[in-house]
Design a protein around this ligand. Structure first.
Ligand SMILES: *Cc1c(COP(=O)(O)O)cnc(C)c1O
Length: 377
């Protein structure tokens, strides 16, 4: 695809604009085609729509440049995660988060109950706990920062330990994004994302990806997609690449807004605790600074009020949307424990806040009016 670039010399802002372009030629298109085909004339490298198409390749190239590995895209983040678990044989031991993303923990609990995998659930930010669980494990499945506790895992240390004990080390880097960390550069075998979130960035599609530098893992994950069939449509891939063009700008702005709002919330007497690694007071601040290139744009905060009031607060916003999901241009929040599958280690009064790219003072005014509307004072 895109030729003539030394990707390593380009910054993320330039990579997202330049990567995944069709070959330059007179009257050639700047953007890949949305190839709506289930099949192709015989004799070429693709052959059939479940095996590949131009829009997938373009998006895969762009994410590969950002993460420094080879990418396979999937129909959702969960499809990408499932393909990674499918690398493990029946009954294999996997070390994973007890309070990570609820979709992943729910799937792992079910696989554990069905004896498909033996899951050792640990508190990932507690490094000692992770190290103790590692012997005999075939996979170390990490997520950092964790969703929705916004806790930072000591990735350099636990990745190295996982490799040493022979695990395949996987990092769900959805909340961090490639602007903040590159798991493969930190030694992980696999980085994965829910592309639904920051990378595509507009809350309009679902998509996932697996990135690796290990040829054998790449082949096996490709086979899992080819025969498992969890493929995205060409249109979704195209829309994700369109969104990715502004990823660096969106992420910069969202991070600035998040830092400012975290500081204001921290000073607010109606707030019990703000979880944001960018705050000097956050227990994970030093750890985050030691290996992350930023602090992301996800804040979780606990409000001094009862549940009904907090639900009212979330529902009273006009600029911020009360909804699940994250990583879009629009600010979204929700009380996480409204979901039955959310880990009970997450406090009932915790609001997860995906900070968007709106004007920060407008967002702050919206938050203020929500406190008032819910009579929280
Ligand atoms: C949303 C999310 C997922 C799942 O991705 P989908 O695209 O919704 O399937 C996985 N991990 C994390 C951290 C997420 O936030």
């Amino acid at each position: 695809m895109s030729k003539g670039h030394d990707w390593k010399k380009l910054a993320t802002e330039s990579q997202v604009v330049a990567a995944g372009r069709p070959e330059k030629k007179p009257d050639g298109a700047l953007n890949p085609a949305i190839a709506l085909n289930s099949t192709f004339h015989e004799g070429g490298p693709i052959g059939y729509g479940r095996y590949g198409n131009e829009a997938w390749s373009a998006l895969e190239e762009a994410i590969s440049v950002l993460e420094g590995g080879k990418t396979l895209i999937f129909s959702s983040g969960m499809a990408a995660i499932s393909s990674v678990f499918s690398l493990l044989p029946q009954g294999a031991i996997i070390v994973a988060a007890e309070n990570g993303y609820q979709g992943t923990t729910t799937m792992l609990k079910k696989m554990h109950e069905a004896k498909k995998l033996e899951v050792r659930f640990v508190n990932l930010p507690n490094t000692d706990e992770v190290l103790k669980a590692l012997p005999g494990a075939q996979m170390l499945y990490l997520e950092s920062p964790t969703n929705p506790a916004i806790e930072v895992v000591d990735l350099p240390v636990v990745i190295a330990a996982g490799k040493k004990t022979g695990s395949i080390v996987v990092v769900d880097s959805t909340l961090a994004t490639p602007m903040v960390q590159n798991p493969l550069a930190l030694g992980a075998d696999i980085a994965l994302h829910s592309v639904t979130k920051y990378l595509s960035g507009h809350s309009d599609i679902l998509l996932g990806c697996v990135v690796t530098n290990d040829e054998s893992i790449f082949e096996r994950v490709e086979q899992a997609r080819r025969y498992g069939g969890a493929i995205p449509g060409p249109f979704e891939a195209w829309i994700a690449l369109r969104g990715l063009r502004t990823f660096a700008l969106r992420m910069q702005r969202s991070q600035e807004n998040a830092m400012e709002l975290a500081k204001r919330l921290e000073k607010d007497p109606r707030v019990l605790r703000v979880r944001y690694p960018g705050l000097a007071s956050d227990p994970y601040h030093e750890r985050a600074k030691s290996f992350m290139k930023g602090f992301g744009a996800m804040i979780s905060f606990e409000v001094k009020a009862d549940i009904a009031q907090i639900d009212k607060m979330c529902n009273s916003s006009t600029l911020i949307t009360n909804a699940t999901s994250l990583g879009g241009v629009e600010s979204i929040w929700e009380r996480r424990r409204r979901w039955a599958t959310e880990s009970h280690t997450i406090p009932e009064n915790l609001i997860r806040f995906s900070v968007g790219i709106e004007n920060v003072d407008d967002l702050w005014s919206d938050i203020q009016s929500c406190f008032l509307a819910a009579k929280i004072n």
